[in-house]
Every structure is written in structure tokens, then in C-alpha cells.
Design a protein around this ligand. Structure first.
Ligand code: ZN
Length: 221
């Protein structure tokens, strides 16, 4: 069954989910916590649409393959075709904002990185992108004022602000569109702030996003 993005009012988007384009290391604090250099251009990768599952359903992952890390990210729903877009065209193409988890098999990824191999099996497994409903946008928001949070079992674990992004939304999207055409129904994940950690079975996750998104979910036992 294909995943169809939906809005916070329950309405389904007119396009099924396409690809999920992601950026690694878009917050200085997170690059530092994983001992990675601060990039001079965005490190882009793609998760297939088969990764997507509703964020409010119980979260499952291939725990038998090693450590599963959560990365909480601002998610952008794309509503127009973007190829070599300008910053303005790019940000005007966003029709919704939500939160997503970029689930990562960190042990698997570390081994792949050591060998210089692609990361797909560490980040592209079924269920690797729990995705919230999207707050509909009728105008370009003040990206730098957007904040999102993740609490696990009542404790604040991640907190991100648009103003802390190394590559802000408009330039990130226009850069992506120089490498991959973005289509209506594609989703862009904008990178994770510091605080990533191991997803543990049975824990309760609470997410908020400026503008009214507030949801609680659970990791399977
Ligand atoms: Zn990520």
C-alpha cells in the first residue's frame, strides 16, 4: 500500500508520497556529537518511499541488527516540481511542515562508513521514516522561528530551531533541486539537531512543532 501524506485536519494530500530527500549534518551541534566535520555543502541522501509509516502508530525497527538511533527532523512536504530552483521558488513550493524520525541502524552505518560504502541499508529499511501529519502552509513561514522538540519518557532529548540550520530551508531545497528533481509528494527531511540516541523498546515519544503539532507515540515492546 502506498503511503499518502495527510494534513493535520485529516485531509489526504493529492499525491502519494514520493522520495524522501535528506541532509546529514545540518546542525553544528549534531555534527560535533558524531565527531563529523562541519560540511561546506549539504550531504544529501535519499530514503525510499517504502520507509514511511505514520508517526502516531507504534514504532518498530530491525532491532536485531544492532543499535537503532532516533533523529528528529523538520519534514517539508513538496507541492511543486523543482529543478534547478531559485531559493524563492524552492521555499514557495513547500505546502506542509511536519516532524519525522530519520531512523538509523547506527552500528550498520558505522561499518558501511568505514568501508566507504553507501548507507542505504542503514537508513532505507521499511519503517525507517515515521512521518507526522503536515500542518498546511498557505504562505512561507518564518523558517528561522520554527522549533520542534522530542521528549522521551518525559525527558527533553532533542530541540531544534530553524535558525540553527547550517543550510537554511530555502537554500537547502534549491541545492537539492540542482541534484534531484523534487516532485509533488516528495518529502524533505532537514537534518537533526544534537541529542540523537538509541531508540529503546517500550519508550514513549512526545513530539511538538511550532504551529500546533503535538503528538505522542510509543516504540513497540
Ligand atoms: Zn537524519
Amino acid at each position: 500500500m502506498r503511503f499518502v501524506p495527510h494534513f493535520t485536519d485529516g485531509q489526504e494530500y493529492s499525491h502519494a508520497l514520493g522520495k524522501i530527500v535528506c541532509v546529514g549534518r545540518n546542525y553544528i551541534d549534531h555534527a560535533k556529537e558524531l565527531d563529523n566535520p562541519i560540511p561546506s555543502e549539504p550531504l544529501l541522501f535519499i530514503k525510499p518511499s517504502t520507509c514511511a509509516v505514520p508517526l502516531d502508530a507504534p514504532i518498530d525497527a530491525p532491532f536485531s541488527q544492532g543499535t537503532v538511533h532516533f533523529e528528529t527532523e523538520l519534514a517539508l512536504l513538496i507541492g511543486e516540481k523543482l529543478t534547478h530552483a531559485t531559493d524563492t521558488e524552492a521555499e514557495e513550493a513547500v505546502v506542509g511542515i511536519g516532524v519525522a524520525l530519520d531512523l538509523t541502524l547506527r552500528d550498520v552505518q558505522s561499518k558501511l562508513k568505514e568501508k566507504g560504502h553507501p548507507w542505504e541499508i542503514a537508513k532505507g529499511f521499511d519503517g525507517a521514516c515515521p512521518l507526522s501529519a503536515f500542518l498546511p502552509l498557505d504562505r512561507v513561514p518564518n523558517w528561522s522561528a520554527l522549533t520542534f522538540t522530542l521528549d522521551i519518557d518525559g525527558e527533553r532529548r532533542q530541540s531544534g530551531e530553524g535558525s540553527d540550520m547550517i543550510f537554511p530551508v530555502a537554500s537547502l531545497l534549491s541545492e537539492m533541486s540542482r541534484h534531484f528533481t523534487l516532485l509533488p509528494g516528495d518529502v524533505v527531511l532537514t537534518g537533526t539537531p544534537a541529542g540523537v540516541g538509541e531508540l529503546t523498546k517500550g519508550s514513549e515519544l512526545h513530539f511538538t512543532l511550532t504551529g500546533g503539532l503535538d503528538l505522542t507515540t510509543r516504540v513497540v515492546e
